[in-house]
Ligand binder design. Structure first.
Ligand SMILES: NC(=O)c1ccc[n+]([C@@H]2O[C@H](COP(=O)([O-])OP(=O)(O)OC[C@H]3O[C@@H](n4cnc5c(N)ncnc54)[C@H](O)[C@@H]3O)[C@@H](O)[C@H]2O)c1
Length: 386
């Protein structure tokens, strides 16, 4: 039986609790921790639990019975809390984004290796049926080499979203929608397509004058083989119509799921390749649905990996790659330059200090609230079919 502790009992922590509660034969929650200790106590009430509550994570980590720590705090705390948990001999499942700088990611990965513990970064969108199936289709190679990807990471957040004390600042949130919202799709992009060799990007803040950070960015990824990709990260898109589209030389596939294939007529104009479309559709139809989706799906993977039953799908190396792409978008759009990958410690954005010094500041944060009365949140679409 694995004993679980959760640090940070705000909005997303509920999803972790519900996730762990789906596996009562494998794990049980034994502790909640929050600097607002009353929020940790409320978690007990909400879920009918009576586990230990802590205000100071250092006290909590002294408990030798804790096996796995879920970190559900703001991004600027992720490195400190993860490293302390790993050094205390616990496995860690940290919320996205992995950290607020690449330097922090590197120290987190070193701590995981040093202690021989699992470090997983939340990327719950991978654990959805449309994304798992899309990944499988790409792996079959049926669509030919990928020549273009289009990622619309469209979200919508009102002005007051950035009033929460830690949001909307480079120091505490670490960035805007590119880091905190598109992180999901940027993870999907590098998981499915690999890393580009160069990034060109622009960003702006059009509608949130209570935030230092961007509310939209548009980036172009250039790959070693000369192919391209584009990603728009936004919290100004009504309807949050998120999609991921890959164009191969032979066919196009996407989440939400759609397959289209073209053959060339003698004059170069397109003619539908129904045979290939059917072949790809048949492979898609044969794939089984996941037993657990979203956070529960990733928690299942982490618990199974700790028990040695399966490999870890999202480790700290993967988390770092995603942050590397985001950091390159910030570097390119703040400094107005093309950025070559990989990014190393010489990048002006490698450290948190570097990000704070060099990232473009849009507005000053004027309002700051400790907590919202309403804790209900949404976590994006599940890519239902068009
Ligand atoms: N995966 C997703 O879909 C998703 C959705 C929302 C938020 N998140 C991520 O989850 C994290 C938390 O976001 P949230 O919306 O739940 O924020 P929140 O403000 O609602 O909750 C964070 C909690 O952490 C507590 N906290 C802060 N510093 C702490 C510390 N040092 N020790 C203990 N507790 C501390 C705060 O008091 C607060 O209760 C962020 O990294 C965010 O990006 C992920």
């Amino acid at each position: 039986m694995l004993n679980i502790a959760i640090i940070g009992t705000g909005a997303i922590a509920n999803t972790h609790v519900k996730g762990y509660q789906q596996f009562p034969e494998t794990c049980r929650i034994v502790a909640f921790c929050d600097i607002y200790v009353e929020k940790a106590a409320m978690m007990n009430e909400e879920f009918g639990l009576e586990v230990a509550v802590y205000q100071d994570y250092k006290e909590m980590l002294k408990n030798e019975n804790i096996d796995l720590v879920s970190i559900c705090t703001p991004p600027y705390t992720h490195a400190e809390l993860s490293i302390a948990s790993l050094d205390a001999g616990k496995h860690v499942l940290v919320e996205k984004p992995m950290a607020s700088s690449l330097e922090e990611c590197d120290r987190m990965n070193e701590a995981a290796e040093r202690n021989g513990k699992i470090l997983s970064v939340i990327a719950q969108n991978r654990f959805t049926n449309p994304m798992m199936k899309l990944k499988h289709i790409l792996d079959t190679g049926l669509m030919g080499p990928i020549v273009h990807s289009q990622i619309d990471s469209f979200w919508w957040r009102g002005h007051s979203y950035y009033d929460l004390w830690w949001r909307g600042t480079w120091e505490k949130e670490g960035g805007g929608c590119t880091l905190n919202h598109a992180v999901h799709h940027i993870d999907i992009c590098q998981w499915m397509r690999g890393m580009p060799s160069e990034i060109t990007a622009v960003m702006s803040n059009t509608s949130h004058d209570n935030a230092e950070v961007e509310d939209i960015s548009i980036a172009i990824f250039s790959y070693q083989d000369g192919t391209l990709g584009q990603i728009t990260s936004s919290v100004i898109h009504h309807g949050e119509e998120q999609q991921v589209i890959f164009q191969g030389k032979r066919a196009r596939v996407s989440a939400p799921w759609k397959v289209k294939a073209s053959l060339s007529m003698e004059n170069g104009f397109p003619q539908e390749d129904t045979k290939l479309e059917e072949e790809i559709q048949n492979v898609y139809n044969q794939m089984e649905d996941l037993s657990y989706e979203g956070h529960a799906g990733q928690i299942y993977n982490v618990l199974s990996a700790i028990e040695g039953k399966t490999g870890l799908l999202v480790d700290g190396r993967q988390g770092r790659q995603t942050l590397e792409l985001i950091t390159a978008i910030y570097q390119s759009s703040s400094l107005g330059e093309k950025v070559q990958l990989p990014l190393d410690p010489l990048s002006p954005f490698y450290t948190r200090e570097g990000v704070l010094k060099n990232a473009r500041h849009f507005f000053e944060k004027k309002t700051s609230v400790e907590n919202f009365a309403e804790n209900k949140i949404t976590t994006g679409t599940f890519y239902n079919e068009n």
